[in-house]
Design a protein around this ligand. Structure first.
Ligand SMILES: [Zn+2]
Length: 425
């Protein structure tokens, strides 16, 4: 079976090469946006790569100094994105025309040569050779596991710029033989579902809860102090409001960074290549009791997770929110009465669990189903749970170390000590 992993590597780039990479990425984005705009013309969106190639290649070559293969990769990126939008429409979700602004460019073996300690990359002005900044080879890192491992071959990479630093997310693959299907499942990449809420700010499909209690407490305190200061109405009071605001914003921000770090750690430790959130648009209307502060917090949290995820080569995605809290993650039965506050109990199959945990699993499942490509390649094949995984059909697969045990395939309940929440599969 084929296994794929992405390994982020920092690049040691001097200022001359940095300028070239910057121009290359700019022209790559220009090319991708040109193709996306072209595909978008007319009532029917063009998703065929061959047709887009035919219709845009010459024009993009004229407008840029890109290597021919970078032009093709930009076209593929645009075609995939338009295809993704059309797929979401078919599921009744809203999605607009793709636009590319993140500083990235896609390389394959025709426009890059991957060596053990450096890479040769095509730019808008010929090739450059750039050294990798690698961690200590004796430590257990993705680099030692996949890059220094002869079983894994580098097939391509995505060039990223994050805060002025250049990274290459190397795509690797290996042919691996597994003794058991369970072992194969745990080697596959998986998705981590995250549910956002008021009582629990965030809950992952692995069963970690971050309570909203602390956030609520600060937010109320802040609103009360602000209200009483406003009643004074003086200039001094106005300045006080601003300083209270700054202090509270700092506290909230620190808390959100802590949660974001926790989510990323959870994803990295469990080998998840994707973190899926529900769509943030309209979240305040969907959540009873959510305030402007929650909306602000969710948006920040999402941004922090997306930012931190990039360093780990993890993708962060949003999926349609419809019925994720009413649907049974076990049998799929969807009904508003399945849920009663924090308690979820399926009216059809009797599955019981914490409502937000059930929703986090549904969010992971929705991502899986939306992205089922059937190529068996790098796309996640399961939702990572507290122990084991759920496949796209909602079937539970136990972790590999349990494969020797017989009996119930169900996950045993575990207690999340920080929040005292018991979750079971
Ligand atoms: Zn059910």
């Amino acid at each position: 079976m084929e296994v794929r992993r992405t390994v982020p590597v920092k690049l040691d780039v001097d200022s001359h090469d940095a300028a070239l990479l910057r121009e290359t990425v700019d022209e790559f984005l220009l090319a991708a946006n040109y193709v996306a705009d072209h595909a978008w013309q007319g009532e029917y969106k063009t998703t065929s790569k061959a047709q887009l190639q035919e219709e845009t290649y010459d024009e993009v070559r004229d407008r840029t100094r890109l290597h021919a293969n970078l032009v093709q990769n930009a076209r593929n990126k645009a075609a995939d994105a338009v295809q993704g939008v059309v797929a979401r429409w078919k599921q009744g979700e809203y999605a607009g025309k793709p636009h590319f602004s993140q500083p990235t460019a896609v390389y394959d073996k025709r426009c890059a040569t991957f060596h053990d300690e450096y890479v040769s990359l095509a730019t808008v002005d010929g090739r450059i050779e750039v050294e990798y900044v690698l961690p200590d080879g004796d430590r257990d890192t993705p680099h030692s596991r996949y890059l220094d491992n002869d079983d894994y071959e580098v097939t391509g990479a995505e060039l990223h710029n994050t805060d002025g630093e250049w990274f290459l997310h190397l795509r690797t693959k290996a042919e691996v033989e597994f003794d058991t299907p369970e072992q194969a499942t745990t080697q596959h990449s998986t998705v981590l579902g995250v549910d956002l809420g008021v009582n629990q700010l965030a809950v992952t499909s692995t069963g970690t809860f971050w309570s909203g209690h602390e956030f609520d407490h600060w937010r109320r305190e802040y609103e009360n102090r602000r209200a009483s200061l406003q009643r004074c109405g003086s200039r001094h009071a106005h300045e006080n409001i601003q300083s209270v605001g700054r202090k509270e914003t700092g506290r909230f921000t620190m808390m959100l960074h802590r949660i974001a770090n926790g989510i990323i750690e959870e994803a990295a430790e469990n080998g998840c290549t994707v973190v899926a959130f529900e769509e943030l648009t309209g979240i305040r209307d969907r959540l009873p009791g959510a305030s402007w502060g929650h909306k602000w917090a969710f948006k920040r949290l999402y941004e922090y997770v997306a930012y931190k995820a990039e360093m780990h080569g993890i993708d962060v995605e949003q999926v349609g929110p419809e019925n994720t809290s009413r649907r049974c993650s076990h049998c799929g039965f969807t009904h508003p009465d399945n849920r009663d506050g924090e308690k979820f109990e399926c009216l059809k199959c009797g599955y019981e669990n914490h409502a937000d945990y059930n929703a986090a699993k549904n969010i992971g499942l929705r991502y899986l189903r939306r992205n089922q490509t059937g190529d068996g390649g790098g796309a996640p094949v399961g939702v990572r749970l507290n122990r084991g995984t759920l496949n796209a059909n909602g079937e539970y697969e136990p972790p590999a170390e349990d494969s020797g045990q017989s009996g119930s395939p169900r996950e045993s309940p575990t207690l999340n000590e920080a929040n005292g929440q018991a979750v079971s599969e």
